[in-house]
Design a protein around this ligand. Structure first.
Ligand code: GLA
Length: 392
């Protein structure tokens, strides 16, 4: 049974009538620009053709009943829109509640019956959380009175994740899920919250390779890095007697002038962010020139910087990257998302993509004993309604 048929059938079985509409919101793969978003910098993600889906029907009262089909055979939550607190046990429910809480401060929401499912693997670094947030926001927004633009929706979702779930991420994932474009990457300026669409090189596929190794300490490492970046900005401002707002405003020259007085870890984190911002701009230009060789080389440089300066890789990610680069038709490979586990993104000649998938799967399994998930993805449009239940 397809995801959609199951979704519609389960909705009807649980709530006694078919859903009125089905919302979808994509996950994302970041091509380049890692750990730059919360430093006011630049990123280059694509939204992907794997989604969170929410079947929904408005209710006459102000209650939300929601079932997560993929959790424990259909875990349920229910809450009132005018009294939203944290769920004591279900993490997924806090994404839904958090989004309803912040959206409700801006719009007059109506109650909903809803069922959630996903075609996006969770925990692979493909932003299933941001997709869940954005899908919830899109569905609630669609039935509500009043309208908000997509950037605002992304910001409210980010807020829900920070305050309700407790992970202080940057804006990249929610932004990509809201504003993604078919066959294009988004060059996002995370300070201005604006983007330009970048057409991807022709005859090139984006292949995701999930290490399937549970991420180690990703949340605490992430928070530590954020703090280190903030500290680096303060130290650099003090050493150079110049008020820097964020690492985005620091040049390599500034960094070199401060090197002797800056603690080594802060120096390395800052060097990653500053060089990564430059690589993002170079990558966007290479993509526009239809130059996958340069683009791939930049992905490889990003990986080295993430591994050595940001210390965000893992043994499995390093293996996956090395194996990928050995395959014919692979232009470049790097970890994508926060790191410390999760997936890699690979730029591969389309003609070689099937062989790449099979060879990397085999080689990674042989090297680690872990079964990976390797698959091509396409750049897809941001959140929307499905036109019909047959669409996906
Ligand atoms: C996670 C966060 C993003 C971003 C990346 C690293 O995916 O959610 O905001 O910081 O890590 O680039």
């Amino acid at each position: 049974m397809s995801h959609l048929t199951r979704l519609a059938t389960e909705f009807e079985r649980r709530y006694g009538a078919p859903p009125e509409r089905i919302a979808r919101a994509p996950g994302r793969v970041n091509l380049i620009g890692e750990h730059t978003d919360y430093n006011d910098g630049f990123v280059l993600p694509i939204a992907i053709d794997r989604h969170v889906l929410i079947a929904a029907r408005p209710r006459a009262d102000h209650r939300v009943r929601v079932t997560a089909l993929d959790v424990a055979d259909g875990q349920q939550d229910e809450f009132a829109l005018d009294d939203i607190g944290r769920h004591p046990a279900y993490q997924w429910a806090n994404y839904v509640r958090g989004v309803a809480f912040y959206l409700g401060q801006r719009l007059k929401l109506v109650g909903l019956d809803a069922v959630i499912t996903a075609t996006l693997p969770a925990g692979a670094g493909l932003s299933s959380s941001a997709a869940l947030e954005m899908c919830t926001a899109f569905a609630l927004h669609g039935f509500a009175r009043g309208a908000l633009d997509r950037v605002t929706l992304a910001q409210l979702c980010q807020r829900a994740e920070a305050d309700f779930v407790g992970v202080k991420t940057g804006i990249m994932d929610q932004y990509a899920s809201a504003l993604g474009e078919q066959d294009k990457a988004l060059l996002i300026d995370c300070r201005a919250l604006q983007y330009r669409a970048v057409r991807l090189p022709s005859a090139v596929s984006i292949v995701v390779a999930d290490t399937n190794k549970k991420r180690q300490l990703a949340a605490s490492n992430y928070n530590t890095r954020r703090l280190e970046c903030e500290n680096a900005v303060q130290e650099l401002s003090a050493i150079l007697k110049q008020e820097f707002r964020a690492l985005r405003d620091v040049s390599l020259r500034d960094l070199a002038r401060a090197k002797k007085r800056l603690p080594e870890n802060l120096y390395k984190r800052a060097r990653h962010v500053i060089t990564e911002n430059r690589r993002v701009q170079q990558a966007a230009r290479a993509a526009r020139r239809n130059d996958p060789v340069t683009l791939g080389a930049l992905l490889n440089e990003s990986q080295t910087s993430l591994r050595d300066d940001y210390e965000a890789s893992s043994p499995e990610l390093d293996v996956m990257v090395e194996l990928a680069r050995r395959q014919p038709g692979c232009y470049g490979s790097r970890l994508t998302g926060a790191g410390w586990g999760g997936a890699t993104v690979n730029l591969v000649q389309t003609a070689a993509a099937n062989r790449f998938v099979a060879a990397v799967t085999r080689a990674y399994r042989a090297a680690t004993g872990i079964e990976p998930w390797v698959a091509p993805v396409r750049a897809a449009p941001g959140a929307g309604w499905l036109e019909s239940v047959k669409e996906m």
